[in-house]
Ligand binder design. Structure first.
Ligand code: MTE
Length: 372
């Protein structure tokens, strides 16, 4: 059990919600802009806008609200085209959701793999405001055989990962209709109470709580309802994984975020005084369940002890946690790792599943520290 004294240390963490002063981002790629949050600086439930990771495949387009148009078309009864003002006139909702890039923590894979070498910070938690997608789909009506909805951004370019398409393409991703009409899916225009910044999809983006970040299409200009599954580049080639039907491999799109926990502090090779009391902190999240338990190991995964949550369980939202570590007197290198369990009883896997390629890195991630 944590003492009240330790719990008190974290009171400020709840009240410093959207302050980012004195902290910068880690550059993963200069152009297109790809930046990650220094996860060891995690000190608030809501990630301030300036510290929310940026994952963009192409240069961010310069859209303006004056000329913005959102088309909703395809297998619908009444296609619709909305300008920005018309979109803002629909009733809005605000929802908190954690977004994690499917490639977050890729740097932990051994041997090293291709792709942006994300550490722990391609994840963040924000309040998103916008129009529930299902409200817009109610306006257009759906064809009888509608099965998927594809979302297209205004950014365009030629992807670098093989197989390379023959010419420039725009970023597009689909959702199964069953997910698209769930109440949490938003056509969003605000993040933590402010207009979206250009890098985060200004003026309008999709937010798909529970799914990896690749589903939350930025600079959203087209919503197309389909009568057959979408086979686009970011649906099959990239952001896909191998599943098996009767032993035969088939390509499927990544979707729900896998159960995961990360240590924020201490950081890798942090030197910790022998015999001291150290508060280990971190966060845990998952897709469509709730994170229900969190444990910490200080001996490389041989023994696990329950840690304490700092935030309540809420759908689609991370829970920060803390653990009071009585640091041993014996100097040396110690390996820390956190492991979460969800409400279905599932726990994080012991290792990375190669069927997921360079994505879904959700095994307990070892953080080595030096006790001295
Ligand atoms: N939408 C467009 N149009 N273009 C993109 O490159 N990247 C996706 C998604 N939406 C992307 C996009 C990926 S891979 C992620 S993880 C999230 O946006 C990141 O959102 P953020 O940059 O606001 O954190």
């Amino acid at each position: 059990m944590m003492s009240t004294v330790n719990a008190k240390k974290f009171e400020n963490a709840h009240t410093t919600a959207a302050v980012s002063s004195g902290i910068g981002m880690i550059i993963r790629q200069k152009e297109p802009v790809n930046l990650e949050f220094p996860f060891d600086k995690l000190n608030s439930f809501i990630t301030p806008n300036d510290l929310f990771y940026i994952r963009s495949h192409f240069q961010a387009p310069e859209l303006t609200t004056d000329y913005y148009q959102l088309r909703i078309h395809g297998a619908v009864e009444n296609p619709l085209s909305l300008d920005y003002q018309q979109l803002r006139e629909f009733p809005s909702e605000t929802r908190t959701a954690t977004l994690e890039c499917a490639g977050n923590s890729r740097i932990f894979l051994v041997p090293q793999v291709e792709g942006a070498q994300w550490e722990l910070g391609a994840v963040g938690n924000a309040e998103w405001t916008g129009v529930p997608l299902r409200v817009l789909l109610e306006q257009t009506g759906l064809a009888k055989n509608a099965c998927e909805v594809v979302f297209e951004g205004a950014d365009r370019g030629t992807p670098k990962e093989q197989p390379i398409p023959p010419g420039p393409i725009s970023y597009a991703r689909s959702l199964p209709l069953a997910k698209a009409v769930r109440p949490e899916v938003l056509v969003a225009y605000q993040m933590n109470g402010r207009e979206l910044s250009r890098d985060h999809g200004y003026p309008v983006r999709l937010i798909v709580p529970g799914y990896y970040g690749m589903a939350s299409v930025k600079w959203l200009t087209s919503i197309q309802v389909l009568e057959e599954p979408f086979q686009g580049y970011w649906q099959t080639s990239d952001y896909g994984y191998w599943d098996y039907i009767d032993g035969k491999p088939v390509r499927r799109p990544l979707s729900e975020m896998a159960l995961k926990s990360q240590i924020a502090r201490p950081g890798m090779y942090e030197v910790i005084p022998a015999g001291s009391d150290y508060i280990v902190t971190g966060a845990a999240w998952c897709g469509h369940s709730d994170v229900s338990e969190i444990e910490l190991s200080t001996d490389g995964g041989q023994h696990w002890t329950a840690a304490e949550f700092m935030d309540p369980a809420q759908p689609y939202v991370w829970r920060r946690w803390q653990f009071l570590w009585h640091v041993p007197q014996k100097p040396g290198q110690y390996t820390l790792a956190a492991r979460a369990q969800d409400a279905t009883g599932a726990v994080q896997p012991e290792g990375h599943n190669p069927s997921h390629g360079t994505y879904v890195i959700n095994h307990p991630l070892p953080i080595d520290v030096i006790v001295r």
